[in-house]
Ligand binder design. Structure first.
Ligand SMILES: Nc1ncnc2c1ncn2[C@@H]1O[C@H](COP(=O)(O)OP(=O)(O)OP(=O)(O)O)[C@@H](O)[C@H]1O
Length: 259
């Protein structure tokens, strides 16, 4: 299920503003890749370009290509809705549908994709997705209660369950723990470590320890100044980035000298 992402010469624009320039990199399947860098350097923009989510902003576009196991998701005729089914996304703030039950929340993405599903299959999918998100034992006795009644950390794992219920190949996460307490953060980090068995995972984080703890590879983005485009400065094994980076800018950033 997990797929390789190959990014070639990617430029990302908001209207005439070039937000991210010239990114070429390969993101391996069954691994966790962390994207780090100072505010405004284009981490979220790049992440959203990996499932064409930035296109919901009028005027946003890209040049270059992003291949998912050899297929360019930006090729003419490719349906962005299908891309987003293969490449799911979890956002910073847990966003379960407030009026839906826990069960309905898990199934929401599947239903949005117009998939008909019988009760038995739906029950199995709800259980396997909640198990996959390490949430099953905490919620199995209250599946028909509102998702909004869960704690923040549980809500975020519910959103992860909703994402994996549509059986994606890649899961993108944009600062998934920034609204969570330390215990919930660890629960989500444990989950990320387990999820890489099945999915390609890319996570944007401001938390250096988190990047060091849960990723195999790390990409450092930077900008030279306000209004300038962000660049991928260095992309390597996480241990290399944190212990012996090749670029001075990377070293300055991870050692807290700027950003
Ligand atoms: N919807 C938008 N319309 C226009 N410009 C945008 C939009 N979203 C982001 N930008 C601009 O693109 C650049 C990169 O922003 P982005 O949010 O990707 O950075 P980031 O590294 O994720 O920042 P942060 O760490 O603060 O979340 C910034 O200059 C930002 O102002």
């Amino acid at each position: 299920m997990s797929k390789r992402i190959v990014v070639k010469d990617l430029d990302i624009y908001y209207g005439s503003f070039l937000a991210v320039e010239g990114v070429s990199t390969t993101i391996e399947p069954r691994s966790v890749t962390a994207l780090i860098g100072p505010s405004g350097c284009g981490k979220s923009t790049f992440l959203r370009a990996l499932n064409r989510m930035h296109e919901v902003i009028p005027g946003a576009r890209v040049d270059g290509s992003v291949d998912l196991d050899g297929e360019n998701m930006y090729a003419r005729g490719v349906d962005p809705v299908l891309v987003r089914r293969k490449v799911g996304m979890v956002f910073q703030k847990p966003n379960p549908f407030p009026t839906m039950s826990i069960r309905e929340n898990v199934l929401a993405g599947v239903k949005l994709n117009n998939k008909r599903i019988n009760k038995k299959d739906a029950d199995e999918l709800v259980e396997s997705s909640l198990r996959g998100a390490n949430l099953w034992t905490e919620v199995k006795d209250r599946l028909d209660k509102p998702g909004s009644g869960l704690s923040g950390g549980q809500q975020q794992r519910l959103c992860i369950a909703r994402t994996i219920a549509v059986q994606p190949e890649v899961v993108l996460m944009d600062e998934p723990c920034s609204a969570l307490d330390p215990i919930s953060t660890l629960a989500v980090e444990d989950l990320i470590a387990e999820m890489k068995e099945k999915y390609t995972i890319v996570i944007v984080t401001h938390n250096m320890q988190q990047a060091a703890r849960c990723s195999d590879r790390t990409g450092f983005f930077n900008i030279e100044g306000t209004g300038k485009p962000g660049h991928l400065v260095e992309f390597d094994d996480t241990t290399k980035i944190f212990n012996n980076p090749s670029e001075k800018a990377t070293e300055d950033y991870i050692s807290g000298r700027f950003g």
